[in-house]
Design a protein around this ligand. Structure first.
Ligand code: ATP
Length: 248
């Protein structure tokens, strides 16, 4: 499905991604775990193409010089250099960190905006599906985004990403700051989306423990480098990884 190799991202002289290779196969949930500043968001921006936009904007404004190198292949074709909107059309959809929903718009409006790439009938069916996996949103249809709780906003952010008809969903720290109960609802929803919609998922988190049960394969990022990868069992059998990312 997606294979990235040799990814390097510099913010001026600061190396944020150092020769990173990640892979997500069809029907997989892949975890990317790393501490604050490890490079998780930079990786998600690079895969979704948003990094390319940020680079161009900075260059036009005469600001920070950003360099992006490496190769990303999606469904057999190189997508390196492709704009984020074209990657989204091909099925790579990012649900960004800090759940950037439209806070002035209500739940329905947020979902409709997310469905701009979908046909009317796809949008209608997907919206029904979003309410089926996250029934809490149904009662909040008319609620303004900014007045939702953090967990509700995250459900909406995932729902909005689903409206764009992803084949590969990129979830950047979806559990950040949420209660264990809300985390469990979102993790269950994530697994259901993969199982029922056959959407592959790459999910980043600082702590691996809550998401590990649904992850097929994972990468550990440290200071911009992928220092380890493996199955759930591989990670759990490494004592350093266990204490740093699982708290056990
Ligand atoms: P967090 O969990 O805090 O979101 P992260 O793993 O997502 O962290 P990134 O946001 O990718 O990490 O940041 C990686 C490194 O790049 C950090 O040291 C960060 O300060 C730096 N960085 C990110 N964006 C920029 C930028 N626009 N200009 C300069 N440095 C940046």
């Amino acid at each position: 499905m997606l294979e990235a190799s040799g990814l390097m991202v510099f913010y001026e002289n600061m190396l944020a991604l150092n020769n990173v290779a990640v892979k997500c196969d069809d029907h997989q949930i892949v975890g990317v775990f790393g501490a604050n500043s490890a490079g998780k968001s930079t990786l998600m921006y690079t895969l979704s193409g948003i990094m390319e936009d940020i680079r161009k904007k900075e260059a036009m404004a005469g600001g920070e010089r950003i360099t992006i190198m490496g190769e990303i292949r999606f469904m057999g074709k190189s997508i390196m250099g492709l704009k984020p909107s074209l990657r989204a059309k091909q099925g790579i959809v990012l649900c960004p960190e800090r759940r950037r929903i439209f806070s002035e718009s209500n739940v329905l409006e947020n979902l409709r905006i997310g469905g701009y790439l979908a046909t009317t009938s796809q949008a209608r069916k997907t919206m029904e599906y979003v309410f089926q996996i996250f029934p809490a949103l149904l009662k909040l249809k008319k609620r303004t985004g900014g007045f939702l709780s953090g967990g509700e906003q995250q459900m909406l952010a995932i729902g909005r990403a689903l409206m764009a008809q992803p084949k590969l969903l990129l979830l950047d720290e979806p559990l950040l700051g949420l209660s264990p109960l809300m985390q469990a609802i979102l993790i269950r929803g994530t697994k259901v989306i993969r199982d029922e919609r056959n959407i592959s998922i790459i999910v980043t988190e600082q702590y691996a423990r809550p998401v590990l049960p649904i992850v097929d394969y994972a990468f550990i990022l440290e200071n911009g480098a992928a220092v380890m990868e493996g199955t759930r069992g591989d990670l759990l059998s490494n004592p350093d990884i266990r204490s740093a990312y699982f708290g056990v």
